[in-house]
Design a protein around this ligand. Structure first.
Ligand code: PLP
Length: 399
């Protein structure tokens, strides 16, 4: 952990999982080795991305793919591809797109801070549906007909944020898109595991799907995957790749960029600011292979033993809290530990969480349910040693 101290930054114990603000997921030694090996030689980035396209296509059951700067970068590029297609003038104009169809329909209940990633392309979001269950003012979710009713001549695409319980079902939204010739861009950043979602989401017929490379796939946290139709991926790649070449010389792989769809050579596009390095591309593809092969599953048993140890330590110390080990049915998913604290004895969960962050070493626990007096422990970024220190810190603050 000394590398960070050298820069005056105190390393932490991350019991939150693969969250971006704490550094993403752990990379396996195989992934790290592939990163270093990739750094020792040079390749043409369009050829490397074309190879990535074939690999991503194989694992997602789509025609083509692209390694992007996170799932967020994939959303910007996906929206840019839908907006511009292979119209080089449109590519040049982005993010200014008021003179051609530029609206993306999105359910109000699916909006979040990640909207920025879509809007950065120039796209304007048009909401459908309400959030009436949250406001306790109604009982219905967004419905299929609302998407159809919102389509106008300004509609360029539909954005859909995938979750296990998203409604309407993606296939129903794709059906509306197909009926009106409107592409559907799916944000599935954190939707694996299950591994089957890599293929199942695109199998609905969605035109583009984005995944994070730095969450459960455990590639570099700065990476993402965009997959979908050959034509849209070709446009996305054109708007991302460094284009400072001569048209007489430039020969991208034909299965990746379809040069019959345009004349001339575009300059750097809106995605030039979203570049990924050769090392990141190789590392995330290595991680993707490992993830798909199920290589990470065995570790879930080890994770469970650490969480059981933490639970036992807290019980032995007779702390003011009760632990619940949550073990998912699927062997693809890792367990978590929920710690219900006695707020009358040790202060609110917010206070306990803050104390843990400010202690030594700083400990960051899952904070999604603090309002219920609950801390969560996600084992993904722990080690056996960190788990022991974590147990000790928890005993101290909950005593
Ligand atoms: C994590 C996440 C993103 C962003 O993914 P990155 O790979 O960090 O860019 C986008 N949308 C949703 C729903 C996410 O959970």
């Amino acid at each position: 952990m000394n590398i960070y101290r050298k820069w005056g930054v105190e390393p932490i114990i991350n019991a939150c999982g693969s969250v971006t603000r704490l550094g993403g997921a752990p990379m396996s030694s195989e992934v790290l080795d592939s990163f270093c090996e990739a750094a020792s030689e040079w390749v043409s980035l369009e050829q490397l991305q074309a190879a990535a396209s074939r690999k991503i296509a194989e694992h997602t059951g789509t025609e083509a793919g692209l390694v992007t700067s996170g799932s967020a970068g994939a959303l910007t590029l996906g929206a840019a591809a839908i907006l511009a297609g292979h119209d080089l003038r449109r590519m040049e104009q982005l993010p200014h797109c008021e003179h051609f169809p530029h609206e993306f329909i999105i359910a109000r209940e699916q909006r979040s801070g990640y909207d920025h990633a879509v809007r950065a392309s120039g796209a304007r979001l048009v909401e459908v549906g309400f959030n009436e269950i949250v406001s306790n003012a109604g009982v219905r979710r967004t419905e299929q007909w609302e998407y159809a009713a919102a389509i106008t001549e300004n509609t360029a695409g539909i954005v859909y944020v995938h979750a296990e319980d998203s409604l309407p079902a993606l296939k129903d939204v794709v059906e509306v898109g197909n009926q009106h010739g409107i592409p559907v861009l799916v944000d599935a950043a954190g939707e694996v595991p299950p591994r089957s979602n890599l293929k199942a989401i695109a199998a609905t017929g969605a035109d583009l799907v984005s995944f994070s490379g730095g969450k459960a796939i455990r590639g570099p946290q700065s990476t993402g995957l965009l997959c979908g139709t050959r034509e849209l991926i070709s446009s996305a790649a054109l708007q991302m790749l460094d284009m400072d070449d001569h048209s007489q010389l430039w020969q991208p792989p034909a299965d990746f960029i379809d040069t019959t769809l345009f004349q001339g050579l575009p300059r750097h596009g809106i995605g030039r600011a979203l570049k990924v390095s050769k090392e990141e591309i190789v590392a995330v593809l290595t991680a993707l292979d490992l993830f798909v092969s199920g290589a990470y599953d065995a570790q879930n048993l080890e994770f469970r033993s650490w969480l059981e140890m933490i639970g036992e330590e807290l019980e032995l110390a007779n702390v003011n809290a009760t632990c619940y080990l949550i073990v998912p049915e699927s062997s693809e998913r890792w367990p978590q530990l929920e710690i219900q604290i006695d707020e009358s004895a040790v202060g609110t969960a917010f206070e306990v969480c803050q104390k843990l962050r400010q202690g030594s070493p700083p400990v960051y626990v899952g904070h999604a349910r603090l309002h219920e007096g609950l801390l969560t422990i996600n084992p993904l970024c722990l080690t056996a040693d960190y788990a022991r220190i974590l147990a000790k810190r928890l005993c101290e603050v909950l005593k």
